[in-house]
Design a protein around this ligand. Structure first.
Ligand code: ADP
Ligand code: MG
Length: 249
């Protein structure tokens, strides 16, 4: 099954000059995150390094508690490392203050969580618009409607999250994540709360949106079949990342 193509979206304008051409979508160097509680130190992400090229797709697998969600939060600038660095599209997150990181996230980063995280008091359309309203762009409602149509929810634009199924809510979250044409999308077990029949189409949409927008995709999953769809597979074990050759399909 194919989705209708998205109507043409405007190129991002306000940051073109500050983003190096051909920079990796993501560059992570010796990233370390240590949680401290009481007298304990827990090194949850330990000297992790990897690079994601523009448009590349990558799955991160590994046991529960191995640090995958913590790693994604660091990569997206939602959390700060104890050591090491993260560059998104050539920009060093450590060189930005909290407002600067928030601004970079709004311009360059999309995030899809396991539990959708839609705002309950906003309609589907308004949820998709949230990142753009922060950017103050014009034509936003048309773009949001086009994206909702592209994930098969044209008829549900005025519904509230409570009126949508889990799969429909996650499709709204996908549309929201792509509304500002991010350079990179982080998805943390995006189909983990959905049954296979509901999750399958969501996975198809993730890869189709990746191809249509050239957005790099970093996807945490427990599902080996989903991981095999990505160009690369990275494995987290107790805070350490290793890359395994992706077996031929
Ligand atoms: P995964 O996503 O692979 O299941 P997480 O990154 O969620 O792993 O967690 C890795 C480890 O870090 C776990 O042992 C978890 O309990 C611990 N952890 C996660 N968040 C915090 C926090 N805010 N404070 C202390 N420990 C945490
Ligand atoms: Mg997790």
């Amino acid at each position: 099954s194919t989705m209708p193509s998205l109507h043409p979206l405007h190129a991002p304008q306000n940051h073109a000059s500050s983003v190096p051409v051909n920079a990796p979508a993501l560059a992570v160097d010796h990233l370390t995150r240590i949680y401290r509680s009481g007298g304990h130190r827990l090194t949850v992400v330990n000297q992790v390094s990897f690079t994601i090229a523009p448009g590349e797709t990558c799955a991160i697998v590994g046991p529960s508690g191995s640090g995958k969600t913590t790693l994604l939060g660091l990569c997206a600038g939602l959390d700060l490392p104890d050591h090491g660095s993260v560059h998104i599209a050539g920009q060093d997150l450590a060189a930005l203050d909290e407002d600067g990181r928030a601004s970079l996230r709004r311009r360059l980063v999309g995030f899809v969580f396991q539990n959708f995280q839609l705002l309950p008091t906003l309609t589907a359309l308004e949820n998709v618009l949230v990142p753009l309203e922060l950017l103050g762009q014009s034509g936003a409602a048309d773009r949001a409607s086009a994206l909702l149509a592209s994930v098969g929810l044209a008829e549900r634009a005025s519904h509230y999250p409570a009126q949508l199924s889990g799969g429909e809510q996650q499709r709204v979250a996908l549309a929201r994540a792509f509304i500002h044409q991010p350079r990179i999308l982080f998805a943390d077990e995006p189909t983990g709360n959905l049954d296979t029949a509901t999750g399958g189409p969501i996975e198809d949409m993730l890869f189709q949106l990746n191809q249509e927008h050239g957005t790099a995709l970093v996807l945490v999953t427990h599902d080996p079949a989903l991981a095999r769809r990505a160009g690369r597979v990275l494995t987290m074990r107790a805070g350490t990342l290793s890359e395994s050759p992706n077996p031929a399909p």
